[in-house]
Write a protein of this length. Structure first.
Length: 113
């Protein structure tokens, strides 16, 4: 599956008029857009609220991972044995938080420029 261009207006010709089409992605916050002028299919940008949701979802697994790291540093054997499992939690949490911040930064650029 190819990546769709993202924009408020058509990325090909700049036209603001569009028709909506059902997205064929797993996660989509809005319907895809098809430019009325040139027929280019594109997706609207991810909304700011979704960035905050990603951050809020990522904080708990990241916090659990940090707790296990600190417990491991204090010599807690059960934390050491469970470390690989909690490493996955930490990675998932960091990815969610990173996606949230990337969404917020992208929306801030869109607002300022």
């Amino acid at each position: 599956m190819s990546q769709l261009p993202i924009g408020e207006k058509c990325p090909n010709c700049g036209e603001e008029g569009y028709t909506q089409k059902r997205p064929n992605r797993t996660v989509a916050y809005a319907k895809d857009r098809i430019c009325n002028e040139c027929g280019t299919r594109y997706a609207p940008p991810t909304p700011r609220w979704a960035g905050w949701v990603f951050i809020l979802i990522g904080i708990p697994p990241f916090a659990v991972w940090m707790f296990v790291i600190f417990a491991r540093m204090e010599g807690n054997r059960s934390a050491v044995n469970a470390y690989p499992c909690f490493l996955l939690f930490g990675v998932i949490g960091m990815l969610c938080i990173g996606k949230g911040f990337a969404t917020l930064v992208a929306s801030k650029k869109k607002l300022s420029g």
